[in-house]
Design a protein around this ligand. Structure first.
Ligand code: PRT
Ligand code: ZN
Length: 286
């Protein structure tokens, strides 16, 4: 039988779209009809399991899936024997403590002897211990933010992204306890044949990520400032310099990160660069 790997991704929720786009950007084609729990790629030895994110660390630890894409919050909370292979840079959020807006917050001692509602009892417990605070943890599985207004708890510990859910529920964020993003996880006991397929997948994911973080830049430069301009946009090995039809001018092509672009743009213009184009890169292999 031809060897194949299995990856567990969230069926529907905040991780789903970005997880599947990443896989598609790796050139992997598959059918993802609604309601499907399993699917096999047409052009890469990979099978997908569509699951609730809570179950993903467990499935990967048990080897039912070889790989999984899950938020670090879920991964740490579930505390399963899995390997974190790669940070994926999407679904970024934080896990924070919040209290009613009108309360004064003197510091972490506020929570001493209080009730805190959360869906992340393990992460919260570890945090409270590290801060030497004794508080009761009330585990609830959803709508944590309403707990203070219904008298269930004095504070909450929940995922925050923009902060608008807290605000809408009359709460304020007082401590950030954990930062999270989506990660690729793997079963630590994977066989060699499977590992080599994972390597191929990682090669593709890295090419996609590198491409996203970088831009292709083209500009026109007077020949007497080429040296300065090349020093500002050195590129992968070195920039391409081509003569323009107009004498004394060249076209310079290079690759740089978006941050480098914004940092260097003024200096590039001062050095005489003009007609600057910045183009997205789809894939990049170093
Ligand atoms: O059904 P299933 O169990 O698979 O999904 P789920 O409902 O448990 O999770 P889902 O899809 O909501 O989130 C999946 C993962 O996305 C989480 O485990 C986090 O790693 C990540 N993530 C990123 C978030 C958020 N941002 C987020 N904003 N998870 C939840 N939220 C919720 C939060 O719980 C709160 O209710 O959004 C609200 C806060 O958002 P703001 O923008 O108002 O601050
Ligand atoms: Zn969940």
């Amino acid at each position: 039988m031809k060897e194949i790997i299995r990856i567990a991704v969230q069926k529907s929720g905040r991780l789903s779209e970005d997880s599947l786009s990443l896989i598609k950007e790796c050139g992997i084609k598959f059918y993802n009809g609604t309601g499907k729990l399993k699917s096999t790629a047409f052009n890469f030895p990979i099978e997908f399991l569509f699951l609730r994110d809570d179950d993903i660390p467990g499935y990967v630890a048990d080897g039912v899936a070889d790989l999984g894409i899950v938020g670090e919050n879920e991964l740490v909370e579930k505390d399963k024997q899995v390997e974190t292979i790669k940070k994926l840079g999407f679904s970024k959020c934080r896990l924070s403590l919040a209290i009613p807006k009108g309360e004064e917050y003197p510091g972490i001692s506020y929570f001493e002897g209080k009730n805190i509602a959360t869906s992340y009892p393990n992460i919260l417990n570890t945090y409270l211990k590290s801060r030497k605070v004794n508080a009761s943890i009330h585990e609830i599985s959803g709508s944590v933010e309403i707990a203070p207004s219904i008298g269930l708890a004095e504070g909450i510990c929940d995922i925050v992204s923009s902060g608008s859910t807290l605000m809408m529920n009359g709460l304020k964020e007082v401590e950030e306890i954990f930062r999270s993003e989506a990660v690729l996880i793997g079963n630590p006991g994977m066989e060699e044949v499977k590992k080599s397929i994972v390597e191929k997948l990682l090669f593709r994911m890295n090419a996609v990520q590198q491409g996203k973080g970088n831009k292709y830049i083209l500009l026109n430069a007077p020949n007497d400032s080429l040296e300065k301009i090349i020093s500002l946009i050195p590129g992968m090995r070195s920039p391409t310099v081509l003569p323009l039809a107009e004498k004394g001018w060249s076209s310079v092509h290079s690759v740089l990160s978006e941050e480098q672009f914004w940092e260097n743009i003024e200096e590039l213009r001062q050095a005489g660069a003009e007609g600057i184009l910045v183009i997205p890169i789809e894939k990049m292999v170093l």
